[in-house]
Design a protein around this ligand. Sequence first.
Ligand SMILES: NC(=O)c1ccc[n+]([C@@H]2O[C@H](COP(=O)([O-])OP(=O)(O)OC[C@H]3O[C@@H](n4cnc5c(N)ncnc54)[C@H](O)[C@@H]3O)[C@@H](O)[C@H]2O)c1
Length: 339
Amino acid sequence: MDDARAVAGRVAIVTGAGGGLGRAESLALARAGARLVLNDLPGDAVDAVAGQIAAAGGQAVVAAGDVAEWPTGEQLLATALERYGRLDILVNNAGVLRDRMIFTMSEQDWDLVIRVHLRGHFVTTRLATAYWRQQANAAGHPVYARIVNTSSEAFLLGPAGQPNYAAAKAGITALTVTTARGCSRYGVRANAICPRARTAMTAELMGPAPAGPVDPLAPEHVAPLVVYLASPAAETINGEVFVVHGGVAAVMDPPRVRSVFRADTADGMWTLDSVHAALGPSFGTGAPSAGFGCQDTLELATETIGFPRQLHVEPARSAPSRRMSQRAGGYMDATMVRP
Ligand SMILES: NC(=O)c1ccc[n+]([C@@H]2O[C@H](COP(=O)([O-])OP(=O)(O)OC[C@H]3O[C@@H](n4cnc5c(N)ncnc54)[C@H](O)[C@@H]3O)[C@@H](O)[C@H]2O)c1
């Protein structure tokens, strides 16, 4: 393999490695020569992935635990250093869903999803970047360091039944950008993926794999981009967000300014009347605007995996049904919407 894509001998932590995308990413990293520290909640699944890697001649050790707990993060880093003497790559992937409409969501379901996804990404990132910063300062030059975070198109689309999940993924995207900017000088390259894959998380929605040699939604089709972002080839890729699935990868533009309004007052400052005078003509009097969401990536899913072309926009004040919410983008990560 070209040196630019080689991760041979590199040491990688993967969270949520017991199934789905985390498992596929761990196996792909191991196949590319990385030595792994695998995290998931304690159980047979993550042990089985470590066994599979070892059986194929690779190296993997399990450090199980809740990734949102600080001691789990410490244990992951300590395991990498004690077992392999270094850490080069961090793949933050662990996640859960607790889908509800905002008006029926429990405090517990909000807290759990924000905690596992956003705090889970924070804990490992905080500890890994402190380690890399210390290594870079001691060496007097940047070190090799790669972070691949797992966001979701949910943060772009704002699916009605996933307010906790969409908010967590928006937070992970922002965390990725701040990490990329704050740690670049130490050698860290931090990027985020928004994957789509047929996993336990999406099983109910996506159903069984189609007959035929290639399942475009197999998690294995996401893993090569993750390995690439973990490799030397990603030296010049930092703070980016990629949508990836079924043989397609799109790099997202950041949001852009659509219109600028100015206060038409004597001192140029806003009054209630001047806000209305400025915004009124742009927003009109009809149905509410679609708002901040980005729907561009839906077209890619139509091309590659046959998802519906039309994004359904719920009419104002209607009671959201499960079907409508799925069509409104919830199908990306989940089906369950319980009004
Ligand atoms: N599958 C998709 O289409 C899709 C789409 C967008 C984003 N994602 C994201 O990809 C990531 C992986 O999802 P997946 O589809 O493979 O789901 P999955 O349910 O198959 O895998 C998630 C893994 O995370 C583990 N996990 C859950 N809570 C944990 C915790 N507190 N500590 C450690 N591990 C924990 C689970 O045990 C599981 O093995 C998630 O962050 C998910 O939000 C998936």
